[in-house]
Design a protein around this ligand. Structure first.
Ligand code: HPA
Length: 272
């Protein structure tokens, strides 16, 4: 792992230089448009970074953008990697660990999610307060490298409370409604059954999705502060009266991307 991280970091430094941003943003399904708001200095295809998996899902470019947004240095994964694509979660952790090795301190992970809490209708934004890993997958399974982080990392404040307060303040200043809730991670790619959603509701989940948790675990392990932000693109199965489709996810993403972008642009300068 250490060699993989070093090789990936060297390839990024070779193209961009040594001044890697302190903040990294991962754009979720349908949210790649934020990339247009970045003053890009360097764009690198994942395929050109050794070990980086390449996304296969419509709505996900596979580019690392490095530049600035709202005057803040920012690296951005335009296109995320999902376990359901067949990427081992250990590989999904590689970009996060590489960013840490390059000096990043904060990870903002965005995603599209289904709303379980009745208050979360399509177009709602939810700050992730905590997560439930319902996948049986964990990127830390395997030998531990103590130089990256501890064997048994604490996850009791996996989503940084101070940054969450900052995000809430940014939402208030922008006049954007922002809920806070628990994100439940399943592998997908099939959407959930109504029975599963009833169970997840009873377990305390507010939203459900197929990403973010592997990166959040790897980031906590490596000592990065994490912010999670979900765009609710549909009512979860059984709550919705219509079938759930990926096209709907992309359409709501496109429709509400502007709101998420405004929130992020307001929030970025508050991270310090
Ligand atoms: N379930 C899982 N993942 C999702 C959903 C959903 O309903 N909507 C967007 N991503």
């Amino acid at each position: 792992m250490r060699e993989l991280i070093a090789a990936a970091a060297k390839s990024v430094t070779g193209r961009h230089g040594a001044d890697f941003p302190a903040t990294v943003l991962i754009l979720g399904t349908g949210l790649g448009g934020f990339g247009d708001l970045i003053r890009v200095r360097t764009a690198i295809d994942y395929g050109d970074i050794p070990g980086f998996p390449v996304p296969t899902v419509p709505g996900h470019r596979g580019r690392l953008l490095i530049g600035e947004a709202a005057g803040v240095p920012l690296a951005c994964m335009q296109g995320r990697l999902h376990a359901y694509e067949g990427h081992p979660v250990q590989k999904i952790a590689l970009p996060v660990r590489t960013f840490r090795a390059l000096g990043a301190k904060t990870l903002i992970a965005t995603n599209a999610a289904g709303g379980i809490n009745p208050g979360l209708v399509p177009g709602s934004l939810m700050a992730i307060a905590d997560h439930i890993n319902f996948s049986g997958l964990n990127p830390l399974i395997g030998p531990n490298d103590d130089a990256i982080g501890p064997r048994f990392p604490d996850m009791s404040a996996a989503y940084d409370p101070r940054l969450r307060a900052g995000l809430a303040e940014a939402a208030r200043l922008e006049g954007i409604a922002l809920s806070s809730g628990v994100y439940l991670f399943t592998t997908g790619p099939s959407f959930e059954t109504p029975a599963e959603i009833s169970m997840f509701a009873a377990m305390g989940a507010d939203a459900v999705g197929m990403s973010t948790v592997p990166e959040a675990i790897a980031a906590n392990h490596a000592g990065l502060r994490v912010v999670g932000l979900s765009l609710i693109t549909n009512l979860a199965a059984g709550i919705s009266t219509t079938p759930i489709t990926h096209d709907e996810t992309l359409a709501v993403g496109a429709h509400s991307a502007d709101k998420m972008s405004r929130l992020l642009l307001r929030f970025l300068p508050m991270i310090g």
